[in-house]
Design a protein around this ligand. Structure first.
Ligand code: F3S
Ligand code: F3S
Length: 105
């Protein structure tokens, strides 16, 4: 699966959403999350993120390794909704993201 890492936090550019053919990029409060079971590894989202937040799981930089579980665990109590657009914004974040100080600027 692909993973959205820390550079997305408090930025939420959302260019990635437009590119995903399976609508598997879900919006939380402070970052977006890729559903690990719905992502088909097409890679279309990766180059369009202006802050380079998106990585294939094996290519995550060391300082953001935790974001693999951040993306996976975000969906623990949701199953596979089968499409982010119908779910809309989700008013929570993974605890690791929620604990970060304000990012950017
Ligand atoms: Fe975040 Fe980049 Fe998408 S900032 S919302 S991962 S385009
Ligand atoms: Fe979608 Fe990116 Fe996966 S475009 S299918 S989330 S690699």
């Amino acid at each position: 699966t692909y993973v959205i890492a820390q550079p997305c936090v408090d930025v939420l550019d959302k260019a990635c959403i437009e590119e995903c053919p399976v609508d598997c990029i879900y919006e939380g409060q402070r970052q977006l999350y890729i559903h690990p079971d719905e992502c088909v590894d097409c890679g279309a989202c990766e180059p369009v993120c202006p802050v380079e937040a998106i990585y294939y799981e094996d290519d995550l930089p060391d300082q953001w390794k935790d974001f693999y579980k951040v993306n996976v665990e975000f969906f623990d109590d949701m199953g596979a909704p089968g499409g982010a657009s119908k779910v809309g914004k989700i008013e929570r974040d993974h605890p690791i993201t929620a604990a970060l100080p304000p990012q950017g600027e």
